[in-house]
Design a protein around this ligand. Sequence first.
Ligand code: FES
Ligand code: FES
Length: 160
Amino acid sequence: MPQPVEISLSVNGVPHRREVEPRLLLSDFLRHELRLTGTHVGCEHGVCGACTVLMDGEAVRSCLVFAVQADGAEVGTVEGLASPDGTLHPLQEAFRDAHGLQCGFCTPGILMSMIPFLRDQPTPDEHTIREALSGNLCRCTGYQNIVEAVQLAAQRGAAG
Ligand code: FES
Ligand code: FES
């Protein structure tokens, strides 16, 4: 059995130090060690995008990253989007207002994918939004409202 490895990382601005098995996935670390279950796990193969989190500001699939690879990183999960007083992030508000939610299983991954997308492309057209969303599978087939939610967020200047 491989020796546990000590890692230090920040998740949603909170520092954590833990000993983890080298094979532990970042998705399992977030969900099981830190109890941040907003990061969803669908395919565990990097296909569905449900497990998307931010690592040093960029969207990554946490089912394809080992926790040890996040050593020293700043990780952001969906739990970190709203303010501590419960005020939703503008992107979350746009999803609520444009009915971009159905069962919501895919939503955390989509939100975490769209944060860096809107940061890098604050005024995307519909085609670009659809392309950006193509890496996130929604089984409720609700893409129309999801696209509209991202458009609304962009119009409101929700970048970042
Ligand atoms: S669970 Fe990670 S991409 Fe599907
Ligand atoms: S809202 Fe149900 S999977 Fe996307």
